[in-house]
Design a protein. Structure first.
Length: 89
C-alpha cells in the first residue's frame, strides 16, 4: 500500500494544546474532569499566517532566459581550421 499523508488540521479541528492548558488552569485534575470540561468548552484552531519573511525572487524565476556564470569565449570556427583557410591568407 502506498503512503497517504494525513490531512493538515483545518479551522474545524480543536486545538488540543490550548484545550489542555485551559483545563489545567481551570483546575481539572483527572481524565473524567477533563472530558467533562471539553464537552462544555470549544476551542478551535486558529489559522496560522505565513511564517517569516517572503521568499526572495531570483532572476531565473522572472526571466526564463537568464543564465548564471561568466560568458564563455566564442567557439573556434572549425570549418575554417580544417579547410586551411588561415594558411591560405
Amino acid at each position: 500500500a502506498s503512503h497517504v499523508p494525513r490531512r493538515k488540521p483545518g479551522p474545524e479541528c480543536q486545538d488540543f494544546r490550548k484545550l489542555n492548558r485551559l483545563a489545567a488552569v481551570s483546575g481539572c485534575t483527572n481524565a473524567q474532569e477533563l472530558a467533562q470540561w471539553r464537552t462544555q468548552n470549544d476551542v478551535r484552531l486558529i489559522a496560522k499566517g505565513p511564517a517569516g519573511c517572503l521568499p526572495k525572487v531570483i532572476p531565473s524565476d522572472v526571466i526564463p532566459s537568464f543564465a548564471y556564470g561568466r560568458k564563455s569565449r566564442p567557439s573556434t570556427p572549425i570549418a575554417a581550421v580544417v579547410g586551411n583557410q588561415y594558411g591560405t591568407e
